[in-house]
Design a protein around this ligand. Structure first.
Ligand SMILES: NC(=O)NC(NC(N)=O)C(=O)[O-]
Length: 331
């Protein structure tokens, strides 16, 4: 599996933020984390020059280099970084590097500047108009990253792919969404992701458009589409939310949920149940302790969101706490 299949911990739609940058004279630092592919319309000149969907600094007339400080939307272990110079052809930086740090609480840019930083991507050569994928050997926990470019120029996007490691303070002892990406859940297999990724249905908040959810192609056989979710941690599911919002002419006719325990033994959590287009459905359910849930949509379509509220097992509470502390100390 390539690291780009893992969630982008920095993307704006998961809560990432560019806290500060040395300069953003030509184009705003915030663009680095836009969820969409970088756009470009040639010869669109504004008062500051050509418009770019990226971060672009002034031509440096003094020694030094430019940098941007990013708070990840979700803390995690980084498996790879993409530095994308899309559309920056005569103004890309010849070199860039990325570092990470882990800090508790809500540190300010000044506190972060004084932190200990670990190198993720050493100073590396870049090309113009190219998405550079840099695999990173998984290490400790990261909460923030720093992108440096040498000496100046434009970078369209920074993607920081990795495993989400949730802070146990937000989960242990509480009833939580076991399927939330922000709690560490992830889609590990699916039948179809033609229009959009099934991980989308695990994103925070409500879907704003059809594109914010999971959508499959029209099926032309007798089968049905499905996705397998590795839960945030082993637990018992008590309430399922199945949200077809924005799927008006392409909602599934029926949805079913199957829980899988650590041995892969299946249990029906929600039998095939009729659903309506453009509707948030809530179903009280019971399940044994499960590690995965498979959602079957009949025959095809997609879902805007899937929420599986429930309780972690005591062993999962303990494992989440130990994992957080171990990875926190390793950075
Ligand atoms: N045509 C350009 O893109 N020029 C430059 N940048 C902008 N945004 O105009 C530059 O000097 O790097």
């Amino acid at each position: 599996m390539t690291f780009t299949a893992l969630p982008d911990l920095a993307v704006r739609t998961l809560g990432g933020s560019v806290l500060a940058a040395s300069d953003e004279s030509f184009a705003e630092k915030e663009n680095l984390l836009n969820p969409w592919a970088p756009a470009f319309v040639p010869a669109t000149f504004g008062p500051k020059g050509q418009r770019y969907d990226g971060w672009e600094t002034a031509r440096r007339r003094a020694p030094g280099h430019d940098w941007a400080l990013v708070r990840l939307g979700l803390p995690g272990v980084v498996h790879g970084v993409v530095i994308d110079t899309a559309w920056f052809k005569g103004n890309y930086p010849p070199h860039a590097s990325v570092e990470a740090t882990a800090m508790d609480g809500h540190p300010s840019p000044a506190e972060l500047a004084a932190a200990d930083w670990t190198e993720l991507v050493p100073r590396s050569p870049l090309q113009g108009d190219t998405a550079h994928a840099f695999p990173v050997a998984p290490g400790g926990l990261a909460t923030h990253v720093r992108l440096r470019m040498f000496p100046d120029g434009g970078i369209a996007r920074l993607r920081v792919h990795g495993e989400v490691v949730p802070d146990p303070d937000r989960l242990t002892g509480l009833t939580v969404d076991l399927a939330a990406l922000e709690n560490g859940a992830r889609v590990v297999e699916c039948s179809d992701a033609f229009y959009s990724s099934p991980d989308n249905m695990l994103f925070p908040g409500l879907a704003r458009t059809q594109a914010d959810g999971w959508e499959t192609a029209r099926r032309r056989d007798d089968g049905n589409d499905w996705a397998l979710i590795a839960l945030a941690a082993p637990g018992v599911v008590r309430l399922a939310e199945i949200d077809t919002t924005h799927l008006k002419f392409n909602a599934p006719a029926e949805v079913a949920l199957t829980g899988l325990d650590e041995h892969g033994t299946p249990t029906v959590v929600l039998p095939r149940t009729r659903v309506q287009p453009d509707t948030r459905h809530h179903f009280r359910v019971t399940s044994p302790e499960v590690t995965h849930v498979r959602v079957d949509i009949h025959p095809d379509g997609g879902l805007a969101r899937l929420r599986l509220y429930g309780d972690l097992t005591p062993a999962a509470d303990h494992a989440l706490t130990t994992r957080w502390q171990t990875l926190r100390n390793r950075m």
